[in-house]
Design a protein around this ligand. Structure first.
Ligand SMILES: Cc1cc2nc3c(=O)[nH]c(=O)nc-3n(C[C@H](O)[C@H](O)[C@H](O)COP(=O)(O)O)c2cc1C
Ligand code: SF4
Ligand code: SF4
Length: 377
């Protein structure tokens, strides 16, 4: 599998695919990763307890029968674990600490080893939350932001693991992005069962961070539910314990999709409220009353500015062609999975493959959403 098939990068790190092993305390160590996640683009080890207070809390949790990584020398343990992963994946460590210094030391270690540090703002075990760790950080966003800033100041790549719907999803995502994190890892747990993919979509629209969607992914169909709502990667935990070949299957299937349609996490159209804002790349010329107007409003520009941005992007690219399509240019055309002989005729005539058409649509989505007129930066 080509390393840049997916073009998922952060700084100097390039992920071979968008499938990640999720952290499970006491379970996901290097041995587990080497056995079950050799085909993952990212393996997240841990959660590791970095200071005396979190190790004590973990010991109390272990007395209740939970598996935990408990150590008198956590940094030594992590160093050894990071060096023992043989999967050719990017490696991250999910960590908890009630004090800042061990987080900074762990961040320096990950930076030196080309790995990622993931702050656990997810754990809801009372032994952790009562010492201000895990999910407690979500209720104190300024403390979480301060932690992110100080960890990020080491130059490490920083991920933050959260659970959706604990606090306001949008405020949470923006606070984490503003503090300088690189990755937002969201457990979209839904009361009952399954994942709240609508939460993923809303978080996607609130942040441009690399987004990892998580919860109840057990095959390509559930993974696609996350990808089409804007997850850049999906992570799997319990599913791997049920099906040891899950990561291998997901990695193979998503590679086939990427080869065939060129944008493995292409959004749905925005018409029916399912598509995230990247779906504006598939929108028509805004000439009739339809959801394009409310979506354009969300990004703070007028329908005219939106039309200008799309035309500006199309200029000099193959999307300029398409006299015979509904609006005279492929830049207004639909997702490739929507059948359309008019568009396909143009693609054939100009020799543009389905995958290359979709890659241009992805660039168009990025062009719109990262445009200074939209970001105000
Ligand atoms: C046994 C177990 C231990 C876990 N430990 C951690 C942890 O230490 N840190 C963390 O961020 N998430 C932890 N999680 C949460 C998982 O990373 C993941 O968010 C959750 O299991 C939902 O994803 P899944 O449906 O793919 O398992 C744990 C989950 C399980 C089942
Ligand atoms: S512009 Fe077209 S694709 Fe976009 S919401 Fe309206 S009808 Fe749907
Ligand atoms: S020509 Fe086909 S793909 Fe293009 S906008 Fe019309 S229906 Fe959609």
């Amino acid at each position: 599998m080509s390393d840049d098939l997916f073009d998922i990068k952060i700084d100097n790190l390039s992920f071979k695919n968008p499938i990640a092993l999720a952290p499970m305390g006491g379970i996901t160590d290097s041995q587990f990763a080497n056995k079950f996640a050799k085909d993952a683009g990212l393996v997240i080890l841990g959660g590791y307890n970095l200071d005396a207070a979190t190790n004590l809390a973990a010991s109390e949790m272990a007395k209740r029968g939970r598996k935990e990584f408990i150590s008198d020398e956590p940094l030594k343990l992590i160093d050894n674990e990071l060096r023992s992963v043989k999967t050719e994946s990017i490696v991250a460590i999910n960590v908890r600490s009630s004090t800042l210094e061990p987080l900074i030391e762990a961040a320096r270690m990950t930076k030196n080893l080309n790995a990622i540090i993931e702050i656990d703002a997810h754990c809801r075990q009372p032994e952790m939350t009562k010492i201000g760790v895990g999910e407690a950080l979500l209720y104190d966003l300024s403390k979480l932001q301060d932690t992110i800033r100080k960890v990020k100041a080491t130059g490490a790549i920083v991920s933050v693991k959260v659970r959706a719907n604990v606090v306001d999803n949008i405020k949470m995502a923006r606070a984490i992005e503003d503090a300088g994190a690189d990755i937002l890892h969201v457990d979209a747990m839904k009361e009952g069962s399954g994942a709240d993919t609508e939460a993923i979509r809303k978080i996607r629209d609130a942040t441009r961070l690399l987004l990892i969607g998580n919860n109840s992914v057990t095959g390509i169909d559930t993974a696609k539910e996350m990808f089409t709502r804007g997850a850049d990667m999906v992570s799997v935990g319990r599913g791997v314990m049920e099906d040891p070949s899950l990561i291998t299957h997901l990695a193979k299937e998503i590679a086939l999709i990427q080869k065939e349609i060129g944008w493995y996490n292409a959004p749905k159209h925005v018409c029916r409220g399912e598509g995230d804002l990247r779906g504006l790349a598939f929108c028509c010329l805004p000439v009739k009353p339809c959801p394009v107007h409310s979506n354009v409003k969300k990004i703070g520009i007028s329908a005219k500015e939106f039309a200008d941005l799309k035309m500006e992007f199309a200029k000099g690219t193959p999307l300029e062609y398409g006299d015979s399509t509904c609006f005279g240019s492929l830049v207004w055309c639909c997702k490739i999975t929507k059948m359309c002989p008019l568009r396909d005729g143009v693609l054939e005539m100009i020799g543009l493959s389905d995958a290359d058409y979709m890659k241009l649509k992805k660039e168009l989505a990025d062009y719109i959403l990262d445009h200074p007129r939209v970001t105000g930066k």
